[in-house]
Design a protein around this ligand. Sequence first.
Ligand code: ADP
Ligand code: MG
Length: 550
Amino acid sequence: MSAGQVPIVVLKEGTSETKGNQAQRNNITAAKTIAEIVRTSLGPRGMDKMLVDTLGDVTITNDGATILKEIDVQHPAAKMMVEISKATDNEVGDGTTSTVVLAGALLEKAEELITKNVHPTVVVEGFKKASQKAIETLREIAIKVDPQDRQFLNKVARTSMASKIVSSNAQELSDIVVDAVLAVADKAGDNRYRVDVDNIKVEKKAGGSIQDTKLVHGIILDKEVVHGGMPKRVENARIALINAPLEIEKTEFDAKINISSPDQMQKFIDEENRMLKSMVDKITSSGANVVLCQKGIDDIAQHYLAKAGVLAVRRVKESDMYKLSKATGARMVTNLDELSEGDLGFAKLVEERKVETDKWVFVEECKNPKSVSILVRGGSQRVVDEAERSVHDAIMAVKDVVEYPHVLVGGGAPEALASLKLREWASTLSGRSQLAAEKFADGIETIPIVLAENAGMDPLDTQVQLRSKNSSTGRARYGIDVVNGKVADLAAKDIYEPLAVKEQVINAATEAACMILRIDDVIAASKSKSDMPGKGHGPSGMDGGGMGDM
Ligand code: ADP
Ligand code: MG
């Protein structure tokens, strides 16, 4: 700044700005770092991650979305990568690792072009067109299936679980998952279905083994029957759902009652008894023989309920109350005076059963059969946690196929073929868009290459073989046989994945990569003074840029 010039303060003091090339490089590096983290966990031979939080709690997982959720990411571009894995988890439930790996690969390829002075907007345009082309190709090679075809759905569920700890039990679990999804599938037109996964409740309990995982046609409550004198099993249950306390409410302020004789004391107690008895009478006169209460139940009310042969559970979770209402057809009642026979729900069986050391209540064969639970079991807490996540992925993958009945062969085969087709298509383009399309083709080929690397195969040999096998057949079947460590026909191995997942992976990864590429200016407000590492540094350690060329 030359002498005499008055500095114009535009940005607040402490704000850092990184511009142009430098900003892009930093962002790309941050995003690639995230992709590097999950890269080794892709596929059946991928490794698991052990995540330790600040409290020392340990999570062991192979699920991309979970890994990224648990780690504390600072850099804004890295955060975008975390967000796309979340978005993919919400949209299709599987493919989270692939999305992040692909986005990282696309950015790496883009960086090569930017270094050669190709303008980022040209890369972005090229990537967008190429991603559409890739999706067209996948749609062409996808196999249309019958959404009720258990055999195919089973293969999809098994493929989804193949990459997880539960893989050795994938066969049994996939039967359960397919049964659950088909049980809640609603017909939405001619051979079209909708699946509301909220109707599948996944409960977990450490103990036993994964093989003990069960499908329950109904709802499981992790609560016990409240009183020892009550029946533990009620057939043809008429269920009252009550969200008011079956207790005498205490006054909010301290009240003093002067009792001068034992008679008065007795009267007082009698009155309380009478009130509780009348509550129970209102319930029993509705015809209910099961009471599921969201609030507490007084000892005396329990006694009267037990005497009337009613099975009661207290402090049922609010979310479970909604599910119970949907499943049994009961109306939730707040005012007992309003309770009538019409409010009751129905289930063939309500029974308390022992699950490990706990007693849980099972509400089975409800009025609305479109409500099921999966009780996940496994040797330890960490195993059931990961099994639950894998079951979730598999449920979503099966749902994807039931709703959009198209599948692709897995193991990187469709990506390998798509990249071949993209290269052919790129050769029809001219100039720099051709370069961008070719780089996109390289990016998408990363998926099979990473699968191969994780299986201990040589990436270069694999690439050569994939290209020659798939181009000679023109069909997307040749992918990475991770078990035998070679390029093989994966259709023969029953590895199938939903087209919906692959489309989402490509869309989300392209979107994230393009968004990051279009940023040429990072303006970061200063954090509080105390945690500023020094002038010229952004809020994160990864951002090595200075004040740019201000
Ligand atoms: P994501 O979070 O992306 O679903 P996964 O770790 O589940 O990541 O790995 C998915 C990839 O593994 C897919 O490309 C899928 O085709 C592949 N895959 C799954 N099972 C097999 C298998 N038995 N052989 C080869 N590849 C498989
Ligand atoms: Mg998966």
